[in-house]
Write a protein that binds this ligand. Structure first.
Ligand SMILES: Nc1ncnc2c1ncn2[C@@H]1O[C@H](COP(=O)(O)OP(=O)(O)OP(=O)(O)O)[C@@H](O)[C@H]1O
Ligand SMILES: [Mg+2]
Length: 262
């Protein structure tokens, strides 16, 4: 997709240390988000600069209220910053008009939420391809087949959400996010309401989507075990990035979290 975006007025984000050959799929530069006014003012994001490398699985962790969802919503163009910039690929979202932003969200961004947000009257397959149909395209059939096999839904395609387990429903949501082959997928606590075995399954699918299909995923989680599936963990506190960890283990993440008082 090409937009004739003017040169961004914010500087390009520097690549993370040691990853100079990896390009960023998305990122934020000096991102500030203030909710409310005067006495009730909340600085949900207080100068966040971060880059999410292409083809990597990144987890975002931090205490409740630290700005994780706000950062993800702003990155995905669902909410706007007070100052600073966010970009997807080479495009700063602030350079887009509403129509271009909608188009970018539809083609470049996938979402997975805690609640699966499936349409109850549609089959699993229809749910997976719905965003494509709404965009007036059938998508790449070979890719969709690969996604369906990767998430293990081949035998469940004709089932409606009520006929699927929670884990299967979340797999449909994962497949739906993958179907358009977006530049980046944002997942906000995707395993939050699943039992640990089903959650592990979903995390495994997401990791396979990154390793085998080359997807880029950014996931918010409270769970150190979930974070250990990622290639990198970024820690937020009070709207700022306070630390990051590469090749995380659940133990190291848990140890780091103890310093947040969580
Ligand atoms: N629409 C809003 N209006 C006013 N304040 C908001 C709004 N959305 C979020 N906030 C505030 O911004 C801060 C960051 O919220 P955010 O939802 O990003 O936190 P979070 O890290 O996702 O927390 P959790 O782990 O509980 O989901 C919080 O103090 C929250 O109360
Ligand atoms: Mg949140």
């Amino acid at each position: 997709m090409t937009f004739d975006a003017p040169t961004p007025s914010v500087p390009a984000a520097p690549p993370a240390a040691g990853t100079a050959t990896v390009t960023a799929a998305a990122g934020a530069v000096d991102a500030v988000k203030i909710y409310g006014k005067d006495d009730s003012e909340v600085r949900a994001l207080d100068g966040v600069t971060v880059a999410f490398e292409s083809g990597r699985f990144t987890a975002i962790m931090g205490p409740s209220g630290s700005g994780k969802s706000t950062l993800m919503h702003c990155l995905a163009g669902l909410d706007t910053l007070t100052s600073g910039g966010v970009y997807i690929g080479n495009t700063y979202l602030s350079t887009l008009n509403d129509k271009q932003l909608t188009e970018l969200r539809r083609t470049e961004v996938g979402f997975i939420f805690q609640a699966y947000n499936l349409v109850p009257t549609l089959t699993a397959l229809e749910n997976i391809t719905l965003p494509l149909l709404l965009g007036g395209t059938k998508g790449d059939q070979q890719w969709i087949d690969q996604v369906i096999d990767t998430v293990g839904l081949r035998s469940r395609l004709k089932h409606r959400p009520s006929e699927l387990s929670g884990g299967q429903q979340q797999r449909v949501a994962v497949a739906r996010a993958l179907a358009s082959r977006p530049t980046i997928i944002f997942a906000d606590e995707p395993t939050g309401n699943l039992d640990s075995r089903t959650g592990a399954e979903i995390l495994d699918f997401m990791r396979r989507a990154v390793r085998e299909l080359g997807q880029t995923i950014v996931m918010v989680t409270h769970d150190p075990v979930a974070a250990s599936y990622a290639d990198r963990v970024v820690f937020l506190a009070d709207g700022r990035i306070v630390d990051e960890m590469h090749a995380p283990t659940a133990e190291r993440v848990l140890d780091r979290m103890k310093h947040f008082g969580e």
